[in-house]
Design a binder for this molecule. Structure first.
Ligand SMILES: NC(=O)c1ccc[n+]([C@@H]2O[C@H](COP(=O)([O-])OP(=O)(O)OC[C@H]3O[C@@H](n4cnc5c(N)ncnc54)[C@H](OP(=O)(O)O)[C@@H]3O)[C@@H](O)[C@H]2O)c1
Length: 293
């Protein structure tokens, strides 16, 4: 594979968790013309001190994007957290990239991205993928599977209550750490060519039973899995205070773990980062303190 280490590479959302890690990986791998885009350049002064060109990039301000993307050859679009507005945001970024002469777009998508109305947050990723493909530019769609870090939200609650709620029929989720996903994205920016769509996964699917067992072992506290129907799981989330729309989005992810969409395992992390993805149990052990709530 060709190495684009000396090409102008721009990472959007560079002050976010994944974006920052991707820029740091590009630095570590010797990229010489890194551009970090963010809505708030003041957050990236440490990267500027390392020779990174910092530019203001806000997809909500399309008029600013031609200048932001000028001279860029390869672009990593980190999907935004603007749920409900992401198709417009990210399509504006794709249009501006094409107009600016960008040759290759890398995009952080989601597993089983599809237009289905009941697919939670997936339609926004699907329509962004379509916009990227329709641009005619080369691209690498990286369908990042569920972050291992998501477990640091629900497992502490399970430790406290002794109960882990999930859907009947769960077939597992191939959690990938944010750091591994970021290293893969940086690697794709450095190496990928042509038009590809790939799943970025951890090394193995982990079921709710396995999550509970590992958590119990690490904390010394019993955690029982309570398998529920979708309606009961959603009702429980709403009763616990989650807004209905957010509960529905979380439920959609869990349904995809029942159908098997989240159990896919690929070698994409290793191929683009040169490192094996961190195993789920090792990730949790490294974050044992956070499990105690
Ligand atoms: N796979 C999973 O389990 C999972 C979980 C949560 C989220 N995600 C997705 O993965 C993305 C990256 O994750 P993360 O942990 O790094 O999220 P994060 O830290 O919450 O970052 C949010 C990102 O959105 C960017 N952003 C927001 N509004 C923007 C705008 N108007 N124009 C351009 N960029 C904008 C931010 O960039 P600046 O602040 O630098 O401008 C930042 O990079 C998320 O945004 C979300 O789409 C995936």
């Amino acid at each position: 594979m060709t190495d684009f280490a000396n090409s102008p590479l721009l990472v959007t959302g560079a002050s976010g968790n994944l974006g920052r890690l991707a820029v740091e990986e590009l630095l570590a791998r010797g990229a010489t013309r890194i551009i970090a885009g963010t809505r708030d350049p003041s957050k990236l002064s440490d990267l500027a001190a390392k020779g990174v060109d910092i530019r203001k990039v806000d997809f909500n301000d399309p008029a600013s994007l031609p200048a932001a993307f000028a001279g860029v050859e390869r672009l990593l679009i980190v999907s935004t957290d603007g749920i409900g507005t992401r198709v417009a945001q990210q399509t504006a970024a794709v249009d501006a990239a094409k107009a600016a002469g960008v040759k290759h777009i890398v995009y952080t998508s989601a597993p089983a991205a599809r237009p289905d109305a009941d697919a939670g947050l997936n339609p926004e990723h699907f329509w962004t993928e379509i916009a990227i493909a329709a641009s005619g530019l080369d691209f690498t769609i990286l369908r990042n599977h569920m972050y291992a870090e998501n477990n640091l939200t629900d497992l502490p609650q399970a430790v406290a209550s002794g109960q882990l709620f999930g859907l009947i029929g769960d077939r597992g989720t191939s959690y990938v750490t944010r750091a591994d996903a970021a290293r893969a994205a940086a690697g794709a920016l450095l190496l990928a060519q042509g038009k590809t769509l790939e799943d970025v996964t951890g090394p193995a699917p982990v079921t709710n039973l396995e999550r509970a067992a590992i958590t119990s072992e690490l904390t010394g506290k019993p955690v029982a899995v309570i398998p529920l129907t979708p309606a009961d799981l959603k009702a429980g989330m709403v009763a616990a205070g989650l807004p209905e729309g957010f509960a529905e989005a979380l439920l959609a992810f869990q349904r995809d773990a029942v159908t098997g969409h989240h159990g896919v395992v690929t070698n994409v992390v290793e191929r683009y980062s040169g490192r094996k993805p961190q195993a789920f149990a090792d990730f949790l052990a490294a974050n044992r303190a956070a499990l105690q709530g």
